[in-house]
Design a protein around this ligand. Structure first.
Ligand code: SF4
Length: 274
């Protein structure tokens, strides 16, 4: 017995109107545009409808962002005409937020929007169990922002005296990391002039049993001795602190339950530079 083809997928383009660092499709980063013509898409769809013993009945257009294809509406209309009974798109939804475009797509025969939600706001909540801030740990990530206001890159949900950790870039370009324990005692490192608000920088914060260290682009920029008790944060969050959201890009965020040494920090920086 032949295989039954239920859902087929056609990439309409590798272009996108977003630039997500996590893009599974490497959209906009390939260095060339892949975008089959209307006729080429029709040929692909005809092969799917000719499939035997059972022709494909469900088709999903994806990308990149499929709504950016110049013939998107005609392709959807043609798919309906060719007998596909369920026509989907994997989309970021931006074009569909235009009421007239959404209406035209529905009239052309579009049935289903395949959307992905990674949260209901711009923060990433790592919870409280990701690492014990009272013991050795390391946090490593890349960030970029051209917004020269203070940006909180990592932090707890609670305010200044709450236990937890905060990592931020100040409006002066200083990079800073601080820990606050359950008694309200804290330790901070500030590296002045460490960031010029252009491009990516690599930041690593390392806590050993006795010290807190701050590295920028593989170079130790500050260290201080620690004498803190237990640290019980309400949560640990990327790109936010106390309800304020960062306007920045953050990439390759790593958390370790040990203190990385200088060689390991340099390797992480060189991996991103390569
Ligand atoms: S919206 Fe989707 S296709 Fe576009 S860049 Fe983001 S992940 Fe990639």
């Amino acid at each position: 017995m032949g295989k039954v083809l239920k859902l087929a997928n056609i990439d309409l383009t590798n272009r996108c109107n977003l630039n997500c660092p996590v893009c599974f499709a490497n959209s906009n980063a390939a260095g060339y545009v892949y975008e089959p013509t209307f006729d080429q898409v029709v040929t692909m769809m005809q092969r799917l409808r000719d499939y035997r013993p059972t022709p494909a009945t469900c088709i999903q257009f994806s990308g990149g962002e499929p709504t950016l294809h110049p013939d998107f509406l005609q392709i959807v209309s043609k798919a309906a005409e060719m007998g596909f009974s369920n026509i989907q798109i994997a989309t970021n939804g931006l074009k569909l937020a235009e009421a007239s475009f959404a209406s035209q797509a529905a009239k052309a025969g579009l049935h289903t929007l395949y959307l992905q939600f990674d949260g209901v706001d711009d923060q990433i909540n790592l919870g409280t169990q990701i690492v014990d801030l009272a013991g050795p740990f390391s946090i490593s990530f890349w960030f970029a922002t051209n917004n020269s206001k203070s940006q909180f890159l990592f932090g707890r949900a609670g305010g200044a005296t709450s236990p937890g950790a905060v990592i931020f870039v100040a409006s002066s370009g200083a990079l800073a990391a601080s820990l606050t324990d359950d008694n309200g005692d804290g330790a901070s490192i500030i590296s002045q002039g460490a960031y010029d608000f252009t491009g990516y920088a690599h930041l690593a914060v390392v806590r050993s049993d006795t010290q807190l260290k701050l590295y920028v682009d593989g170079v130790l920029r500050g260290e201080r001795d620690l004498s803190l008790s237990t640290i019980t944060p309400d949560s640990l969050r990327i790109a936010t602190y106390a309800g304020m959201f960062a306007e920045c890009m953050i990439d390759d965020f790593r958390v370790y339950d040990r203190a990385l040494d200088l060689n390991e920090i340099e390797t992480l920086w060189q991996m991103g530079e390569a």
